[in-house]
Design a protein around this ligand. Structure first.
Ligand code: NAP
Length: 320
């Protein structure tokens, strides 16, 4: 089969397309014939060697695939050949024509979604679910700001929050992103590259502020987030790419909480709960993942550069 292999940490070009053996599933694993691969920002941090947990090279990157089960380990009861699935994690890597996954790393793809949409759900969906429902403890009727709503996590978070009865505000950095987040259900969209958007949110939300913020770029926005929260508000840090100075006093008067979120801390049971909840919404047509662009497998280096740029508006896919 064809697969991308990282020979050593570094720039995107350390990823090379190679010909290799199809991996074999162990007793508790399945083999998936891959139809589409979801590229996640974390794939780039790992490839660069800038992440707390690193696989030793050579390795095949990625966590999210969609496709059909083509082989099932002896101990696996839940899955059978032909099942349409998507993954949130693999054992052998995602950027390949086949991927071996532990039976708990794959989930049923609803009939109304295609494989491209399926590859956009695993990690972004789990992140949106854990941040909103586990860390922020979101309740019906609360006001949510998604700071960076036009990306893969944000677009799913909008639809999940709307389905849970929250009032959702969101930011994007391009006209297309603003259109997408409005279509996905935000009450109001703001452009995070405009100079006055923080004041605009403050003026729209008044003294009550927002109850929850899901933050995709905390190193840029956390100080502003603390201003935007109302009394008892919570900001969940999903993404951050550097450091920032904040005044801790800003949390005191309104008794606000700054909450970290890492999918690494989620148990198998929590991941299953999230994907079962997402399945329900997807099969009802209330959650539709947004695709930005489809690229060939050998374009993995370009995909890694692109995902760190602004204005992508949804999931970047590799199609083997
Ligand atoms: P993505 O698809 O690349 O989306 C990135 C989002 O950030 C876009 O909406 C982008 O908007 C927005 N953004 C850019 N500049 C911004 C700014 N100044 N302020 C606010 N938002 C800004 O990435 P993703 O898959 O949604 O992931 C989002 C972040 O969450 C990444 O940092 C990722 O590493 C992280 N993440 C963390 C976990 C975890 O376990 N903690 C899990 C999954 C993802 P425009 O492009 O429209 O400007």
């Amino acid at each position: 089969m064809k697969a991308i292999v990282v020979e050593g940490y570094g720039e995107p070009e350390v990823m090379r397309l190679v010909e290799c053996e199809i991996p074999e599933p162990e007793a508790d694993e399945v083999l998936v014939q891959v139809e589409a691969i979801g590229v996640n920002p974390v794939d780039t941090y790992v490839r660069a060697g800038a992440y707390p947990v690193l696989p030793p090279p050579p390795y095949t990157p990625g966590k999210d695939v969609s496709g059909r089960v083509v082989e099932v380990g002896d101990g696996v009861k839940k899955w059978k050949k032909g099942d349409r699935v998507y993954s949130a994690g693999t054992r052998s890597g995602a950027y390949a024509e086949y991927a071996v996954c532990h039976h708990s790393q794959i989930f049923s793809l609803p009939e109304n979604l295609d494989f491209f949409q399926g590859a956009a759900v695993g990690i972004p969906g789990a992140a949106a679910w854990r941040a909103l429902l586990k860390r922020a403890r979101a309740r019906k009727g609360e006001r949510l700001l998604i700071h960076g709503a036009s990306g893969s996590v944000g677009m799913i978070a909008i639809q999940l929050a709307v389905a849970r009865g929250l009032t959702v505000y969101g930011t994007a950095g391009s006209d297309k992103g603003m259109d997408n987040i409005k279509k996905a259900g935000v009450l109001k969209a703001y452009n995070h590259s405009s100079v006055s958007y923080i004041e605009d949110i403050q003026s729209d939300c008044g003294d009550r502020g927002v109850d929850i913020i899901l933050e995709m770029l905390a190193n840029v926005n956390l100080a502003h987030d603390l201003q935007l929260l109302g009394v008892g508000g919570r900001v969940v840090i999903i993404g951050s790419r550097g450091t920032i100075n904040i005044d801790p006093r800003a949390t005191m008067a309104k008794e606000t909480e700054i909450l970290g979120m890492s999918l690494f801390n989620g148990s198998e049971v929590e991941m299953k709960e999230a994907q079962v909840g997402l399945y329900q919404l997807m099969s009802e047509g209330r959650l539709v993942p947004e695709i930005s662009v489809k690229m060939e497998l050998d374009q993995a280096p370009q995909a890694h550069r692109m995902i760190l740029e602004n204005g992508n508006c949804g999931k970047i896919l590799l199609v083997p």
